[in-house]
Design a protein around this ligand. Structure first.
Ligand SMILES: [Zn+2]
Length: 199
């Protein structure tokens, strides 16, 4: 016996989400059937709004409702430093710390030969252009995660940007190897930035 088509389609949709296999997708689909109509409507509207109303900032690559984003538009921020992160979630984590008032650049991933991700697949060209057109930026702080891919990406950026006379630093390894910025607490992040070292 097969599931009725609407359920089969919903299971298929849930399976497109990261970390969700068929079993979990099936459980979520049946859970959805039992939700009040208003909750389902709200969920569907939120899904559509996130695609319709959000875009990537043309300067830094962060998700935003307006382009350029709020951070790039804010001239009161320190225009000399840029923290390079893997994704927008990391910007949120660092902003929550409330200690860093410079700029950001979101790569949308890291170099990963295993996944076939090279420099052209990341938001690197925009970073190079940004440094050329914004001479106020004198330091790039690479805050990719402490994974082999994150380290390789940091080294790549160092080799790429250093010849232009930009100071390249890396977060201190207060963060445990393999740990994500996303899950680090504010004090750990603060110490990692304070203790950053030139690479
Ligand atoms: Zn921006």
């Amino acid at each position: 016996m097969q599931y009725p088509e609407p359920i089969a389609k919903l299971i298929d949709s849930y399976m497109h989400l990261p970390g969700i296999g068929e079993k979990t997708a099936t459980r979520l689909a049946f859970y959805t059937i039992n939700l009040p109509q208003a909750d389902v409507d709200q969920f569907a509207a939120a899904l559509q709004a996130v695609k319709r109303n959000l875009k990537y900032c043309s300067i830094c690559g962060n998700v935003t409702e307006d382009d350029p984003c709020q951070i790039c538009r804010d001239q009161s921020r320190d225009q000399s430093k840029v923290i390079v992160v893997e994704d927008s979630k990391d910007v949120m984590s660092l902003e929550r710390m409330n200690e860093y008032h410079g700029l950001y650049h979101v790569l949308h991933g890291v170099l990963s030969p295993m996944e076939g991700k090279g420099p052209d697949d990341l938001n690197i060209t925009a970073l190079v252009k940004r440094l050329q057109t914004h001479p106020t930026i004198t330091e790039v702080i690479v805050a990719t995660n402490a994974t082999p891919e994150g380290e390789a990406t940091a080294m790549y950026l160092s080799r790429l940007l250093k010849p232009a006379g930009i100071k390249i630093t890396r977060l201190a390894h207060g963060l445990a190897v393999g740990s994500d910025i996303e899950y680090a607490d504010e004090m750990t992040l603060y110490k990692a930035i304070e203790g950053r070292q030139e690479i």
